[in-house]
Write a protein that binds this ligand. Structure first.
Ligand SMILES: Nc1ncnc2c1ncn2[C@@H]1O[C@H](COP(=O)(O)OP(=O)(O)OP(=O)(O)O)[C@@H](O)[C@H]1O
Ligand SMILES: [Mg+2]
Length: 353
């Protein structure tokens, strides 16, 4: 074998900057993510015998502090992944230990994450939203519903056909689980629902907030690290002005309801949010009537005025439009009202990447 000189390393032993898992039967291909603070690195690896691709998540022992329930972060993640059986959630494969740490193996989903710079048309964003809501419905239909707690662009992979995959169940918990000190407000600032800041019980609507924030990032072409730019002095996600004017007021109202500050003003769960989203036209076909509805924003007075005007139009033979539009009008009003509430929570420092 010839002399190999690479990266300043001399000798005939292959040099790799990645950990050596050959004893366990895997070879690392690339690093997928690193959270130095938390002592976690995620690798894409290949099984030496079968060529099967897996994701190896490394948890360094130095950082493995058990939470109050006595479980370490990786034990919780394994427990949850093992219970799940969905084609768009990675399956748990295996786990092993070395002197350096604990390693969890899961199925590799071959699709780029939404954390990468990718531009989607509004119609495509709706398709992605539907695909994610389907996964959330599955999680919420478990006997003890599961709340993911870290929905954000980096933890969602989307393929060419716009199928979404949900990864990183490191913070996931059952709805009924007690909040422990270490799990309190552990999500990602900007994507974390207000109730989590307070340590209030999380519900199915909590993941809807994070999904809404993610979709708003896609529509406004905001990188997740810049989501603060959309948060106003009252800690609300103030994105309306940043949306393309072609986005219909109905879709805007749906998004506003997803990220309402109070969880009781959001859709109750993913199934309700999906049913509301499906019939919505994402792009405004600007009949003039829609612009009128959009003008009906936060004041009941203008809402009544809007209805009266629509009533006049109905006399001109557009009765069918009234029923549909009044319902949407109400939705816009509700969403606006829920956005106007004054939350009194304090933002916590970023503790997750
Ligand atoms: N099963 C998978 N298939 C494909 N890619 C994955 C998979 N799991 C994770 N990834 C990619 O690796 C990245 C890091 O993994 P993961 O989010 O699980 O680790 P993490 O340590 O919790 O990271 P962070 O703290 O940054 O969220 C993800 O953002 C995603 O892009
Ligand atoms: Mg992650």
């Amino acid at each position: 074998m010839g002399l190999d000189v690479r990266n300043g390393y001399q000798g005939d032993i292959p040099f790799s900057k990645y950990p050596d898992f050959s004893q366990q039967g895997y070879q690392v291909i690339q690093e997928l993510g690193r959270n130095s603070e938390a002592g976690r690195t995620t690798y894409l690896a290949q099984a030496l015998k079968t060529d099967q691709r897996v994701v190896i998540k490394e948890f360094r022992f130095a950082n493995a502090i058990p939470d109050l329930s006595g479980l370490k972060a990786y034990e919780r993640e394994i427990q949850i992944l093992q219970q799940l059986n969905h084609s768009r959630i990675p399956r748990y494969v295996d786990a092993f230990e070395t002197s350096a740490g604990f390693y969890m193996l899961q199925e590799y989903k071959n699709a780029p994450s939404l954390g990468l710079k990718r531009n989607f048309e509004p119609e495509e964003v709706k398709q992605i939203a539907i695909s994610i809501l389907e996964i959330l419905i599955y999680l919420q239909q478990q006997v003890d519903p599961i709340i993911h707690r870290d929905i954000k662009p980096e933890n969602l992979l989307v393929d060419e056909q716009l199928n979404a995959y949900l990864v990183d169940f490191g913070l996931a918990q059952h709805k009924g689980a007690k909040m422990t000190l270490s799990s309190l407000a552990a999500g990602t600032p900007g994507f974390m629902p207000p109730e989590e800041h307070f340590g209030y019980p999380l519900t199915e609507a909590s993941d809807l907030y994070s999904l809404g924030a993610t979709l708003i990032c896609l529509l406004t072409r905001t990188r997740s690290g810049d989501i603060n730019k959309l948060i106003d002095a009252k800690y609300r996600l103030n994105f309306q002005q940043k949306l393309s004017p072609q986005i219909s007021p109905y879709f805007k109202a749906w998004l506003m309801k997803m990220v309402a500050q109070k969880r009781q003003h959001r859709y109750a769960n993913a199934a309700v949010a999906l049913a509301a989203l499906k019939p919505i036209a994402v792009i405004s076909n600007d009949t003039g009537l829609e612009t009128l509805f959009a003008a009906v924003k936060s004041r009941r007075k203008s809402f009544v005025f809007g209805l009266a005007t629509i009533g006049t139009l109905a006399i001109a033979g557009k009765i069918f439009m009234i029923a549909q539009s009044a319902a949407i009008n109400k939705q816009v009003l509700e969403a606006s009202e829920s956005q106007n509430l004054k939350p009194n929570f304090h933002r916590l420092d970023k503790n997750r990447h």
